[in-house]
Design a binder for this molecule. Structure first.
Ligand SMILES: NC(=O)C1=CN([C@@H]2O[C@H](COP(=O)(O)OP(=O)(O)OC[C@H]3O[C@@H](n4cnc5c(N)ncnc54)[C@H](O)[C@@H]3O)[C@@H](O)[C@H]2O)C=CC1
Ligand SMILES: Nc1nc(O)c(N)c(N[C@@H]2O[C@H](COP(=O)(O)O)[C@@H](O)[C@H]2O)n1
Length: 89
């Protein structure tokens, strides 16, 4: 997977246009996006919170593009210690 990519992947274009529409939400309210990958049996991690690769390349590209659209990334302490995510874009 090559980062950074010059422009959003086509499957994100419609989603991005909604985020960029300043009239869709009052500017006085924070915009919060929750993103996660989920298994078909509703799990987000393995036994004891072990990190699982549940999605694929497109999902990770989407996650990293979403990060570029936000001012901050919030994660839990369990995610920090279990996944040690880079939290880059
Ligand atoms: N599949 C995916 O997309 C993702 C998977 N994960 C996986 O999920 C696993 C667990 O992640 P999380 O469930 O998010 O656990 P977490 O431990 O990362 O986050 C839960 C947070 O909530 C706080 N908390 C717990 N009870 C609370 C309460 N009553 N009031 C206020 N704060 C409270 C904890 O202190 C903690 O910081 C990780 O090990 C990671 O591997 C994490 C993020 C995304
Ligand atoms: N989109 C997606 N698919 C999966 O299969 C996943 N397990 C996750 N998990 C999230 O991705 C974070 C990785 O962050 P870095 O790229 O290392 O910064 C991980 O911590 C979970 O939040 N996401």
């Amino acid at each position: 997977m090559a980062f950074p990519q010059p422009s959003p992947p086509p499957f994100l274009t419609s989603l991005l246009s909604k985020h960029n529409d300043e009239t869709s939400l009052p500017s006085s309210r924070p915009r919060v996006t929750l993103t996660f990958a989920q298994s078909i049996d509703s799990k987000i991690a393995g036994v004891n919170g072990k990190q699982l690769i549940l999605s694929g390349k497109e999902s990770m590209i989407m996650t990293h593009w979403m990060r570029t659209m936000h001012d901050a990334i919030l994660i839990g302490i369990g995610t920090a210690s279990n996944d040690n995510p880079q939290l880059n874009s």
